[in-house]
Design a protein around this ligand. Structure first.
Ligand code: FEO
Length: 402
């Protein structure tokens, strides 16, 4: 049975939710599911913007059939060739042999890589940055968004209704619950953290490319943003665009501290918890402590983009960094984290080496300051080392105020 919603009088949301998938991209936990959004424009010509993931194909095709109501499908615009959006392209083109594929050269190449469609050239309408397509009442302008977060990504700006189809940008983890508009939920308190986790983990590496797209978007009069995951934005666009401006500039949102510790038998955890208490005693609010073996790195990466100061505490393991901390730090390197203050604590029963190696990894991050002194435990925190934790807490407080 169809489950469509009108976005405007002639634009239909054909998306579908997956609440069964455990890991998005087989990496990121999605305890609240995920939505795959597809949109159908019903103008003199009909235009489908993207398809969906294979997991929700049945809902998608029922929605499409209902929304078309017997009309033919003139165009499919492909913004992004990742299979969570293009998986149903081959099936769609088998059902709708009348449809022309609107895409750029790179997308066409990827279509040929993913599928054996052998479409004749005339089935493609090649587009590039600055090209337009008139569909009757609407004029669609195409905007290149390379590396947000794949090279072929395009966005479409509907100049008639001032709608930006933004591909993955402005997406959010989490299924939609009937309400497809961000203004229909208390977004900041209930969904912002999942928008941040989505952005930072999926797109976070490509800050400069996102900034380029934001610059282009700044020149457009945008009344609505329709992303491929999560909510449609029709109010408070400055709020989410402002968040993207910060995240893509690697600018912290909050002058706060996140402590991410790894601990094998609880001794490093003990030092991390004591540091959290020392910070609280000094008036630092909203300190967050994470055990890297308990909390999935995607949550800590998201938090690392949010706050200005990070503490990593880790045992030495195989003469290196405790494995889950090592993984987290490498992930943060891969995601290009910048502009942070960092404090380090390590532990080692016979040769504490982790702090030096953590500092070496963090040295790859732009504009990050590693506070001195680093605290180094020998097996367990001793009374006489409390003073070192106090010094580290003072240095963090100073950094927060600076
Ligand atoms: Fe939602 Fe990059 O795919």
């Amino acid at each position: 049975m169809h489950n469509t919603q009108n976005v405007t009088s002639d634009l239909v949301w054909l998306g579908a939710n997956d609440r069964r998938l455990a890991l998005f991209e087989n990496v990121y936990p999605i305890p609240n599911g995920i939505s795959y959004n597809s949109y159908l424009l019903l103008d003199e010509k009909t235009v489908l913007f993207d398809t969906v993931d294979a997991a929700v194909r049945q809902q998608f095709f029922e929605n499409l059939q209902f929304a078309l109501n017997g009309r033919s499908l003139d165009y499919i615009v492909i913004h992004h060739m990742e299979p969570d959006h293009c998986a149903e392209l081959a099936a769609l083109l088998q059902q709708h042999t009348e449809t022309t594929v609107v895409c750029n050269v790179q997308t066409k190449k990827m279509i040929e890589q993913f599928f054996d469609l052998n479409l004749p050239t005339e089935k493609y309408l090649p587009i590039k940055e600055g090209d337009s397509l008139n569909t009757g009442r609407h004029t669609l302008n195409f905007v290149a968004a390379p590396m947000v977060h794949w090279p072929e990504v395009m966005m479409t700006y509907d100049a008639t209704d001032k709608i930006l189809f933004s591909a993955d940008a402005f997406g959010t983890f989490g299924a939609l619950n009937g309400n497809i508009f961000a203004d229909e939920v208390p977004f900041e308190s209930t969904h912002l953290y999942e928008a941040r986790r989505y952005y930072t983990n999926i797109v976070g590496k490509y800050g400069p490319q996102v900034q380029n797209v934001l610059k282009k978007a700044g020149a457009l009069d945008i009344a609505m943003i329709c992303p491929l995951h999560g909510f449609v934005w029709r109010k408070d666009l400055d709020f989410i665009i402002g968040k993207y401006a910060k995240w893509s500039a690697y600018e912290p949102e909050d002058k706060e501290v996140v402590i991410a510790y790894g601990s094998i038998y609880g001794n490093t955890a003990n030092a991390a918890e004591i540091l959290a208490t020392k910070l609280a005693e000094r008036g630092v609010r909203n300190v967050r402590v994470y055990d890297v073996s308990v909390t999935h790195p995607s949550y800590i990466i998201s938090e690392a983009f949010r706050v200005s100061a990070l503490v990593f505490a880790a045992p030495t393991y195989n003469a290196g960094i405790f494995v889950n901390t090592d993984n987290l730090l490498r992930e943060l390197t891969a995601h290009n984290l910048q502009n942070r203050t960092i404090a380090l604590m390590d532990n080692g029963t016979w040769a504490p080496l982790a702090a030096k190696q953590m500092a070496d990894e963090i040295a790859k991050w732009k504009n990050c300051t590693v506070l001195e002194p680093k605290v180094s435990l020998k097996s367990a925190l001793k009374k006489e080392q409390i003073a070192e934790i106090e010094v580290l807490a003072d240095a963090l407080v100073q950094a927060l105020r600076g």
